[in-house]
Design a protein around this ligand. Structure first.
Ligand code: BGC
Length: 729
């Protein structure tokens, strides 16, 4: 070939190569379908069930399992990784004492919910996801977005809020953050998993419309925002059918209506039979906790007899592989790596600072040098901050600083322990109380606490309400006589500050006697520091209640927790025992503040409430229809003397002539003193709509919106006329 022709050919070839239309990349689904096609029937089925990866069931763990909540062997020859699974939304869990390697504990779900900050949620999710991966896990059993229908629920601390938009947006952001590490996150517990009493036998009744407009909407939004690779179905029954065997929940709503591409895994011990596969369940998890390993031999037998079952097994395997491919878990495997816990703790501290809610302040806060002596009382404040118990329990490096066992038998005994993270509020207060005398009394003896309070300029009482998976609270009072302790201290010292470390809402009968109340929830790895920083005004409190604080349990749709009087708390429980009916049609989709708006009852503190050390004003509200949807605009000004963050809350107050109260959008805004920022809020259209059987329907008419500083205190408002509109499910 001549010297001149060769370059010509090469250049033509290069042009052809680079200008030829790029072959469309295969979707994870298409790739997964090919991989599954290459599998044997046994390999496919093997992906559909897994063990709880703890050595308490007799059999040794498989060599490549990681000590954690779950393990499902992959298919090595085809490059499908093992599924190595760990709990949960608050960090890598300690597995009832089986793991001792320490992890970053984020503040509880309630604290995260109080941030109203998807950006922080994403950052915090990214941190716990990275820790999970560095410990060898590629599936995180996180993403708890159940609505708080039962404030006495034992898992209130794990969940985010009572509002579908808030829970969906924050849950989705957290899931996206976790998955940014190329690992799968679940979203759970699907669905309507509102109480722990009779946790495997509570039968929730609710209409389709009420479910779609409330709890299911939270899941739907979290899926859109977070794209979780997996959904974990719940223990409870919904309208007489087990959630993990519910064609309505799994097949219809999730897979058909929302076009969900990932896989459904069962909660541990939530499978009722091989038939659950045909309802849409893709994987049996923690199989030792079920009566049988249904998705092994029984599934193989069913598939051999029925082509429909065989096709379903293919689909189950494809969904699982597709979820791994979608996050890149095959290309970027989870390998053990060092973790910078100190760096990650800063993210936990940020989350705590954003989530602590100032409920009352007569002027005592922020603490100034004026107080010459402070009495710190109770709540184990000398050693740490409280955490919630159960599968989500995280332990920091070195384990808890205090552990109080609460009895129980077997697995439940391991769970029933009140653990404190090593972040002492007392130490953090002392570090900031230059020249101020700080004494500590543990609060066990009221007389001693009162004496200390009398001798000090300021008294700070730390009050705790411990919650655990498996165990609801009978009421909303503080346990162990703490209400009496607070009342006595407040009577002895007019400058009494109460710091609550509670799983969820509690009653505050002593409120008027106190000078200030801070709701710190379970504030996580750096909770003590975060509390002290807020007490001393290094940071203005900016959390807003993600849940209503009732004035009395009589105001709730269910004044008593259903089944509590007739069943014993049991962590593992037995599915198929006596069914406990729970009627969610009482409130329907009017959960939390919507129920209070409907009944006219006055809560102690409404949803969205939270004070600051500075003040804010909002400009006029305007509404516009744009190509991208409905947009609300206003501006917010910091009118005080301190930096702080406001949460601009947009409520729908009238729907085509019907008074209502629904959070339609929100935006957290950081502002320096005097600073003014424009705020643009995208209105979620499904919040305006009714579920109409096969989709959403917006009734034509005038829609009124208002900016609220909470769900009950409304300011600037505006109205927009909307035509009739149908939205896809
Ligand atoms: C909990 C789940 C958890 C699972 C695995 C169950 O008891 O309900 O939230 O992910 O255990 O630990």
């Amino acid at each position: 070939m001549s010297k001149t022709i060769r370059p010509l050919i090469l250049s033509l070839l290069a042009t052809a190569l680079f200008t030829a239309p790029a072959r469309a990349e295969e979707t994870p689904d298409q790739r997964a379908a090919k991989t599954v096609q290459a599998m044997t029937a046994d390999e496919r089925r093997q992906l559909t069930h897994g063990i709880m990866a703890v050595p308490i069931f007799g059999a040794p763990l498989p060599a490549d399992a990681v000590l954690g909540a779950g393990f499902v062997p992959g298919v090595k020859r085809l490059g499908v990784p093992n599924l190595t699974e760990t709990d949960a939304s608050l960090g890598v869990a300690y597995l009832m004492g089986a793991r001792h390697d320490g992890a970053t504990a984020l503040p509880s779900g309630m604290a995260q919910g109080a941030s109203f900050d998807p950006e922080m949620m994403r950052a915090a999710g990214a941190v716990i996801g990275a820790e999970a991966k560095a410990k060898g896990f590629n599936v995180m059993l996180a993403g708890g977005v159940n609505l708080i229908r039962e404030p006495r629920g034992g898992r209130t601390f794990e969940y985010l809020s009572e509002d579908p938009l808030l829970s969906g947006r924050l849950g989705g952001a957290s899931i996206a953050g976790i998955q940014s590490n190329h690992i799968v996150s679940t979203m759970k517990h699907y669905a309507l998993n509102g109480q722990e009493t009779a946790r495997k036998n509570a039968d929730v009744s609710i209409s389709d419309a009420a479910a779609r407009e409330s709890d299911l909407l939270a899941f739907e939004i979290a899926i859109e925002d977070g794209q979780p690779g997996s959904v974990m179905c719940a223990y409870n029954l919904v309208n007489t059918v087990h959630a993990c065997g519910s064609p309505y929940l799994l097949d219809k709503a999730l897979k058909k209506d929302w076009s969900y591409k990932g896989f459904v895994m069962s909660d541990w011990g939530a499978v009722s039979g091989v038939g659950d596969a045909m309802a849409g369940l893709d994987q049996q998890s923690g199989q030792q906790l079920d009566r049988k390993v249904y998705f092994d031999k029984p599934l193989a037998e069913a598939a051999a007899k029925d082509a429909k079952v065989a096709a379903r097994v293919d689909d189950m395997a494809r969904r699982i592989v597709s979820a791994l491919y979608a996050v890149g878990a095959d290309k970027d495997p989870a390998v053990k790596a060092p973790i910078d816990l100190a760096k990650n703790a800063a993210v936990a501290e940020r989350a705590a600072l954003e989530g602590i809610v100032l409920l009352r302040n007569t002027g005592v806060l922020p603490l100034s040098g004026a107080a010459k002596s402070i009495a710190v009382i109770g709540g184990y404040a000398d050693v740490g901050v409280l955490s919630g118990a159960g599968s989500s329990q995280v332990q920091g490096e070195g384990g808890p600083s205090a552990s109080v066992p609460h009895g129980g038998e077997g697995l439940f005994a391991g769970v029933l322990t009140e653990n404190y993270h090593r972040s002492s509020p007392l130490k953090a207060i002392r570090a900031r109380a230059h020249g101020t005398k700080v004494i500590y009394r543990d609060g066990r003896y009221v007389s001693q606490a009162v004496e200390a309070a009398k001798s000090a300029d300021v008294a700070i009482v730390f009050a705790t309400q411990w919650q655990s998976e498996g165990l609801d609270q009978p009421d909303l009072g503080l346990p162990n006589g703490q209400d009496a302790l607070i009342a006595a201290v407040a009577a002895a010292n007019p400058h009494t500050i109460v710091v609550l470390e509670t799983g969820g809402p509690v009653l505050t009968p002593w409120l008027d006697k106190t000078a200030a109340v801070l709701e710190a929830w379970y504030p996580g790895a750096r909770g003590g520091e975060a509390i002290a920083r807020i007490l001393f005004g290094e940071v203005s409190p900016s959390g807003r209640l993600p849940v209503t604080f009732p004035a009395d349990v009589a105001q709730l749709p269910r004044p008593k927790v259903d089944g509590m009087a007739t069943t014993e708390p049991d962590f593992t429980g037995v599915a198929g025992g006596a069914v406990v009916p729970v009627n969610y049609d009482i409130e329907g989709s009017d959960v939390g503040y919507r129920w209070f708006a409907r009944t006219g009852a006055r809560p102690a503190f409404p949803f969205g409430f939270g004070l600051s050390y500075t003040s804010f004003s909002h400009g006029p509200l305007s509404l516009a229809k744009t190509k991208g949807g409905l947009i609300a605009t206003t501006h917010v000004r910091n009118t005080g003397a301190k930096a702080g963050a406001d949460v601009v809350q947009l409520y729908l107050t009238d729907r085509a002539g019907k008074p209502t109260r629904r959070l339609a959008g929100f935006q957290r805004v950081e502002l320096q003193p005097g600073e003014d920022k424009a705020v643009e809020i995208r209105i979620e259209p499904r919040i305006l709509a009714d579920w109409a059987g096969d989709g959403w329907a917006i009734t034509p008419g005038a829609y009124r919106f208002a900016i609220g500083t909470d769900a009950e205190t409304l300011g600037e408002s505006a109205t927009l006329a909307l035509p009739a509109r149908r939205l896809k499910p």
